[in-house]
Design a protein around this ligand. Structure first.
Ligand code: ADP
Ligand code: MG
Length: 337
């Protein structure tokens, strides 16, 4: 079959254009997009988002989860054989731990002192007495609470940085539930940074840390939940971040009600009862560990003490909610969207 001369010319041109097009396409810098993955661990959903070229982003997300899940295993007191489990079952003997865990426990003790015991990593027996972390919760009797309170005291947790050992009296137990998520997010971010990631977001059950902008000129936007209106956020207080961390402790996710009273999992180790002055405490801080600890510490400290604690700390901001009232620290304004 003979093609007319003109038609042949067009086919030829088309082939040239396709070859040229393919050439340009493959020479173009790889497109940057947001890659995200969510997994369930630490009793909550954990989302990692990385902005970048596909291969690099997917590899980075995988690595971040690997690091975070390893740490989650070590810090879980219900995971028999974990580092924290070994400390809790040491019967008062020293437990060998690595430097990083010592530093984490030191942080816990420091903030316990700073919050005058509102935050206390040795709160485990009280958490168990109320049944949080188990299937059924109940209001304990006064006598039971008194007995358990005598087993809570962060000052009795002693750390030996020379021999890398932790000592905890046999009648005590630690619970890192108020700080583990923040620590683990920081580990995830460190992993991403080491792989050259410049733009990322990690959220573990309301504890968030971001790295860089989401897209050039567009920071990550984060809403704060309304404690009594599920699914709604405070529209006037949306935050825009290209660094730093946010954590919220609230009484609206883990709680039970009995005789019309709400009992949340944020327990005051000084009274033995759930803290009741606030509905939520959101903290901004440079790293996720500090934000996580402080959200719990401020919530338990209560409205006035909580505000004072926020204002006493450099680089720390807060947003507190109680019935019919919100309070925002002055410095949070610059992060408002
Ligand atoms: P969430 O885990 O819901 O994000 P938090 O970060 O505030 O909230 O941590 C709450 C957990 O911290 C509880 O489940 C418990 O394990 C632990 N916890 C409760 N009260 C205290 C406290 N006063 N000090 C330290 N840890 C606490
Ligand atoms: Mg916390």
């Amino acid at each position: 079959m003979e093609f007319p001369g003109n038609f042949r010319k067009y086919i030829f041109l088309l082939v040239i254009v396709i070859i040229f097009g393919l050439f340009i396409f493959y020479r173009l810098p790889a497109r940057k997009e947001i890659y995200a993955e969510t997994r369930f661990f630490m009793d909550t959903t954990v989302t990692v988002k990385v902005v970048g070229e596909q291969k690099m982003a997917e590899r980075a997300i995988e690595q971040a989860f690997k690091t975070m899940q390893e740490w989650a295993g070590r810090l879980d007191r219900f995971n028999s054989g974990s580092t924290v489990w070994r400390i809790n079952h040491s019967g008062g003997e020293g437990t060998r731990v690595d430097q990083e865990l010592l530093i984490l426990l030191k942080k816990g003790k420091d903030y316990a002192a700073l919050s005058k015991g509102a935050f206390d990593p040795t709160v485990a027996p009280l958490v168990d007495l109320w049944g949080f972390g188990q299937d059924e919760q109940r209001v304990p009797r006064v006598g039971e609470i008194e007995r358990v309170l005598s087993r809570i005291d962060y000052e009795k947790l002693s750390l030996d940085f020379v021999n890398h050992q932790v000592f905890l009296p046999a009648f005590m137990e630690i619970d890192l539930g108020g700080m583990a998520k923040g620590f683990i997010i920081d580990k995830g971010i460190e992993t991403l940074l080491a792989l050259g990631v410049e733009s990322a977001y990690i959220n573990a059950g309301g504890n968030i840390r971001v790295l860089g902008n989401k897209a050039p000129g567009h920071p990550w936007r984060i809403g704060i939940r309304k404690p009594r209106e599920p699914g709604k956020i405070f529209q006037r207080y949306i935050l825009a971040l290209n660094r730093g961390s946010l954590a919220t402790s609230g009484d609206y996710e883990r709680y039970f009600t009995f005789n019309g009273v709400r009992y949340s999992h944020l327990l005051d180790p000084r009274t033995g009862y759930p803290a009741r002055e606030m509905q939520s405490a959101t903290i901004y801080a440079e790293n996720a560990l500090e934000a996580d600890i402080l959200s719990t510490a401020v919530f338990v400290s209560g409205w006035d003490e909580g505000k004072r604690l926020i204002e006493s700390l450099e680089g720390v901001e807060g947003f507190l909610v109680r019935e019919n009232e919100v309070w925002m620290s002055k410095g949070l304004e610059k992060y408002l969207y």
